[in-house]
Design a protein around this ligand. Structure first.
Ligand code: AMP
Ligand code: GLY
Length: 421
């Protein structure tokens, strides 16, 4: 198996790390990759993952047998459609199914068509209609940009001025939806799917806000845990029955099936689980905590997805817990500088801690430099999330560059009483 992984984030480093442990692998390539993935396989920094022609060319040159797509943008650019025409199997959806993530209007209509519990929503294209609606609305509402926005297209607020500014700005170039604000706690559930069958992976939760105590602006994600301690099997059964089964049934009816990962972003409300969104890929930073807990060989999982044999394949999952802390550039999620030297280059014990790079590069002298807003995810692994938390923060201490910062409370809201574990 010669695998090409598309992307450059810590999620793609985690995917690359897992493939690098596979006995099925005879070649590992990452486009464009980062300094961490470069230690495990061959980075192809000249290949733009969002340009299907460049991806196909790289596949031919390196005789790639399988492609694993990390982020959403290449999926929306139709990279899987083109790979499929070229006869190269890919883990990830074709463009039509990627719309489940790529358009909030499309996904909301899909949820309604298949009676999947979700917040009530209205679509707007005209500024005047939108303004009248907001002016007459009481309390908090949620505005969502229709298209992809890298985590920045959603505003939850009860401040009319803020809502109007945010929405009017979107309406200059695209549509939006305004939806009912739900309260509860959020979890992320990932399903592996081969297009006919699915298998659920352990439940994760991510920490989206920039500041301690889940305050401040939304980010791509400042940390994650897996599993979530109080989500038991009866909660999972309810989510499966009300949301997951109807989703896969709906996808079959509408020819939206694919081989890959489907992510359900859920709000657990007093009325039961409600679906906030679909993502058609692994989450970041959820992948960094989920993937280390998969004991099975990722090459074999890839085979089961591509060959549609997931019904007879049960991925082995570790009994451990994992917790990931994102180390970000000074200023993120606002403006930030890149090119800061990471010194010393972080090393980790692998067994109970991992450090995944995001968008780092290596210069000619072998120095590792930062290249993005979120720079590393430090993952601790242990018998429970408290132990995993301690190990993750030990790993954080080894990541040093000018301006580096992280949230210090990842996982904390799930620790009932620290002394009891
Ligand atoms: P989405 O991209 O749809 O997942 O939205 C991003 C984030 O906005 C979610 O993770 C939630 O924290 C928040 N959010 C989205 N929809 C709602 C809603 N209907 N009620 C409350 N919060 C929401
Ligand atoms: N962690 C949320 C996402 O990947 O979209």
């Amino acid at each position: 198996m010669k695998v090409l992984i598309l992307g450059s984030g810590a999620r793609e480093h985690a995917i690359t790390w897992k493939y690098s442990k596979s006995r099925r692998i005879s070649g590992l390539y990452i486009a464009p990759g980062n300094a961490g993935t470069g230690e495990l396989g061959l980075n192809l920094p000249e290949v733009n993952p969002e340009d299907p022609a460049q991806v196909i060319e790289a596949c031919k040159e390196y005789e790639i047998t399988h492609v694993f797509v990390g982020p959403e943008a290449p999926l929306m650019a139709g990279v899987v459609d083109e790979l499929s025409k070229a006869g190269i199997p890919a883990v990830g959806p074709h463009k039509a199914a990627a719309m489940l993530e790529g358009s909030k209007i499309f996904s909301k209509e899909f949820m309604k068509r298949h009676s999947i519990p979700t917040a009530d929503a209205r679509e707007f294209t005209e500024k005047a209609d939108f303004e009248t609606y907001i002016k007459n609305k009481e309390g908090s509402v949620v505005i969502k940009q229709d298209g992809l926005a890298a985590g920045k297209g959603v505003l939850v607020s009860d401040n009319k001025e803020e809502l109007l500014n945010f929405g009017n700005d979107i309406l200059k170039s695209e549509k939006l939806i305004v939806e009912q604000c739900l309260t509860g706690y959020e979890i992320s559930i990932f399903a592996l799917t081969d297009g006919k069958n699915y298998k659920l992976l352990p439940v994760c939760a991510d920490f989206k806000r920039a500041k301690e105590g889940d305050n401040g602006p939304n980010t791509g994600g400042m940390g994650a845990i897996c599993p979530v301690p109080y989500v038991n099997s009866s909660i999972i059964s309810e989510i499966e029955e009300k949301i997951i089964v109807p989703t896969f049934k709906g996808m079959s009816q509408e020819n939206l099936n694919y081989a890959g990962v489907l992510y359900f972003g859920l709000m657990m409300t007093e009325e039961g689980p409600m679906l906030l969104e679909y993502n058609v890929r692994f989450g970041d930073p959820e992948a960094q905590v989920l993937i280390p807990l998969i004991d099975s060989d990722l090459g074999n999982i890839t085979d089961a997805l591509i060959n549609q044999t997931l019904d007879e394949y049960n991925p082995r999952i570790s009994n451990n817990a994992a917790l990931g802390v994102v180390v970000a550039s000074g200023g993120y999620p606002g403006s930030y500088e890149t090119g800061k030297q990471v010194k010393p280059i972080p090393v980790y014990p692998e067994k109970d801690a991992l450090i995944f790079h995001a968008s780092t590069t290596e210069d000619e002298s072998g120095h590792v430099l930062t290249g993005g807003g979120r720079c590393f995810t430090c993952v601790g692994i242990g018998a429970n999330i408290l132990k995993a938390n301690a190990r993750a923060y030990e790993a954080v201490k080894t990541v040093k560059f000018e301006g580096a910062w992280c949230r210090t409370d990842i996982g904390k809201k799930f620790f009932a009483n620290e002394k009891t574990i």
